[in-house]
Every structure is written in C-alpha cells, then in structure tokens.
Ligand binder design. Structure first.
Ligand SMILES: *Cc1c(COP(=O)(O)O)cnc(C)c1O
Length: 434
C-alpha cells in the first residue's frame, strides 16, 4: 500500500518510508491510499472476538500488504497486551478505559505499536543507528519511552524542559535506562521541540543515522488506535444488539478522533462522533463556523489537550474531501472550561462513585450534552485519574490511591543528561551516548 501526503506535493511513500519519515517532506501528513472495509459477517461475529483477535484483523487491513502476517500478528498482540474494558456508568452511557497500559494513558497503544513496527523494518532492512527523538511536555515522552523500552535496534532520546514536567511524569521516562536516554534541557518545551526540529534538518546527522519522531502524526502510531473502537463496539454487541452508537473523544491533536473516523470508514457501525475540547477549542470553532483558525494554546487542567493547532486536523479534512458539511454530518463537538470539568468530576463521583480524570471528564460531559435519548453512548477515558492526583482530589474532597505500578516509577533512580539549549552539544550527545 502507498501513502500520500495530505498536501499532495511530496511523492507517495511506502509504509516503511512513511513510518521512518513521520511527516511527509511537504510537511503534510501521510494517508493510506485506500481504506479497506471489513465484511458484514465480521460485525455479526464481533461480540465473540477478543481484543487481540480484533487487533489482528484490523492491523491486517491496514498493514497486511507490507508486513509478513505472522510478524504483524505478533506486533498487534504485543502492542495490545493490556485490557481495554468497557464499563456501564449509567443507562445508555459507557466508558472505554484506555488507561491500563504501562504509563496509564491511551498513548501507550500507539507508542507500543509503532515501536514494534519500526523494529520490524530496522531488522528486515538491517538499518543501523535508528534513533527516535521526542520532545515532551509530559505524557508523550512517557508513552514513547515505555513503548520503545527494550525494543531491539532503536535508541530513544526524550527531551524535556527541566523543572517543567510533573514529578510522576519525569519518573516515567528518566528511570528506565536500557535504550531510553532522557535529556533534561535547561529551557522550555519549545526549546526542546526546536532542538528536535534542528536535528531532523541537520545534514551530518541524517547522513550518519536514521532519525525519526514518534508523535501522533506518525502513521504507525496513529492508525492502530482504530483497533480499540472496534473493541468498544464488540463489548457492546456482546451484551445486546446495538445501533445508534455515538462515541465521544477527548481531543487535542485529533489523532484519537481521526483514528475513530477511520474505523467508521472501515465499516464500524458508529452513527457519529463527538469531539470534546477544553478551552483550546479550535476544532469546536471549526465545526461551528467552518473556519479553521489555529491559535496559541492556553494551559488547562486537561493539559494533554492543550493544543492550539491540532496536527491531525489535516487528516480529517482529507478524509472528508475538505467538506465542512460532510464533517458536520459525522462529528459534533463541545467545549468546557476548567470549572466545568471540575464540576463534572465531582458530580459523577458523587452520583456513581466513578472517578474521572480531567480528559475523560470532558468526553463524558460532551456525551451527556450531545447524546439523544435513543442513542447508546461511549466515551473514551484516556488517562488514569491518579495521573492528575491533585486536581481530582480537590474535586472530590478526599485523597486517592496511586496504583502500585505507577508509584513504582517514583522509587527508581533518575538518570538524565542535563543539557543547555545549544544545538551542537545536543548533536554531540546523539553521537556519543549509547
Ligand atoms: C494525548 C491525550 C489526549 C488527546 O489525544 P489527541 O489524539 O491528541 O487528540 C487526550 N487525553 C490524554 C490523557 C492524552 O494523553
């Protein structure tokens, strides 16, 4: 299968090229040339299938032409080797818990899938010196670092702004060792990102090593996220025949939502989607007016959604042939302030005993506000509430437990290289640290 750029200037790429490059040379995002549909009988039987059964089938539809079947099955099984349960919260309202992976956030799925796919290409093509660079303000770094931990033939550099990520986030990528190198930059997140960008453009580095990014624009991280939408439907269908399913997605860079739209295009019987924004509501405004006006992000308590120029917006536009009308048919949206998010966390906890994290709370509220009585609603809970301990404790007025697996990170020894924002120093580190 070939992959084209959403900007249609760069030449089409193979899967391997698209995965290694990440962004297309014209700065567009790669899209698969065709989207394979799943047959009707797959959906008749889906209630009997496990997560790994589904992962194998869906991965085959995406990548089956380009990766050996046995190997692809192994990649899918390893990437999704944790539970993604669907739980009933209220009549007609279900939560899909995407936070049971190594770093307690949904990005684990994509990061784990991508790491194994990249490792497959590294081994198949005997690529030497493959390095993944990731600049992080917190959660992406931990998902990518843990996703690639111990994966053969690939070294990961996580750049993060010193003193500007939470203690628990920092522990999740500075205590790993092995093939994960944490670079603590004496600067801001933007400085980290600038260093990574400079590295991708540096002629000498690109001659001597393979450099790739692992953010959600990468097709190997993005597409596999479709899998759990099928699994959500499977768990609903197992209980009773369902139609009129709507899915609410807490949205930042829109990778998660776009993956759901791919699932629908492959035949998944979801009637429509709801995009939940915090006050960084560029996408909500687009739905409302038809105008896309990116702007600087502002800080909120759902900080993984603090995105002012959502990168996967281009993919959504492309999927719908640039038609605002067509997009509106499939997606509605809503936007919430920090105060509203906190209120939701509190009232849901009081009413049901279920503890939401700020991102899941946005999605829950959007579902409640947008769902019609005859619809069955699913919302995605993208992070474990304990990752936002202070915020949720303030909402519910009591303390919560941190899962043992999460607090274990905090007890391990921090290892990081403290660097200035000087590019040559960073470059030297890329050559010398092994
Ligand atoms: C990254 C993230 C999101 C936003 O996902 P996008 O694919 O960027 O829209 C939502 N919630 C959590 C917890 C995240 O880490």
């Amino acid at each position: 299968m070939k992959y084209y750029s959403t900007r249609h200037i760069a030449p089409k790429a193979t899967l391997q090229e698209a995965v290694i490059k990440g962004l297309a040379p014209d700065r567009g995002l790669y899209m698969p040339e065709k989207i394979n549909r799943l047959p009707a009988d797959f959906f008749n039987e889906i209630g009997n299938l496990s997560l790994t059964d589904i992962a194998k089938v869906v991965a085959e539809k995406f990548f089956g032409e380009d990766i050996d079947k046995e190997q692809l099955n192994t990649i899918a099984i390893e990437a999704l080797n944790f539970d993604i349960p669907l739980k009933k919260l209220e009549e007609g309202v279900y939560v899909l818990e995407l936070f049971h992976g190594p770093t307690f956030a949904f990005k684990d799925v994509g990061a784990r899938f991508m790491s194994r796919m990249l490792s497959y290409f590294v081994q198949e093509q005997r690529l030497e010196n493959m390095k993944v660079l990731v600049a992080t303000s917190g959660d992406t770094g931990s998902a990518v670092a843990n996703g690639f931990l111990g994966v053969e033939g690939i070294q990961v550099f996580v750049l993060y702004p010193s003193g500007k990520v939470s203690e628990i986030q920092e522990a999740q990528f500075t205590t790993l060792g092995q093939n994960v190198v944490a670079l603590e930059i004496d600067g801001t997140f933007d400085d980290c990102q600038a260093l990574v960008k400079s590295a991708f453009m540096d002629e000498e580095l690109n001659r001597k090593m393979y450099l790739t990014s692992a953010n959600s624009i990468n097709i190997a991280r993005f597409l596999p996220q479709s899998i759990y939408y099928f699994y959500a439907y499977a768990q609903l269908a197992k209980q009773q025949p369902v139609d009129n399913v709507v899915v609410s997605v807490p949205s930042g860079n829109l990778g998660n939502l776009a993956a759901g739209l791919f699932a629908k295009r492959m035949g998944l019987p979801v009637k429509r989607f709801i995009a939940a924004n915090n006050r960084n509501d560029v996408f909500f405004q687009y739905l409302d007016t038809g105008n896309y006006e990116p702007r600087a992000s502002i800080q909120t308590i759902a900080n993984a959604m603090d995105v002012g120029a959502p990168s996967n917006f281009e993919r959504i536009l492309d999927l719908y042939g640039q038609s605002h009308e067509a997009i509106k048919q499939d997606i509605s949206g809503n936007t919430y302030s920090d105060v509203e998010i906190k209120n939701t966390i509190r009232t849901v906890y009081e009413k049901t005993g279920y503890l939401l994290d700020p991102h899941g709370a946005c999605a829950y509220q959007a579902l409640k506000d947008e769902k019609k009585p005859d619809e069955t609603g699913v919302f995605l809970a993208t992070a474990h509430p304990a990752k936002f301990k202070e915020t949720v404790e303030e909402c519910i007025g009591s303390t919560i437990e941190i899962p043992q697996r999460l607090s274990a990170f905090m007890r391990r020894k921090k290892q990081s290289h403290l660097l200035s924002t000087d590019f040559n120093l960073f470059k030297k580190t890329l050559f010398n640290v092994s």
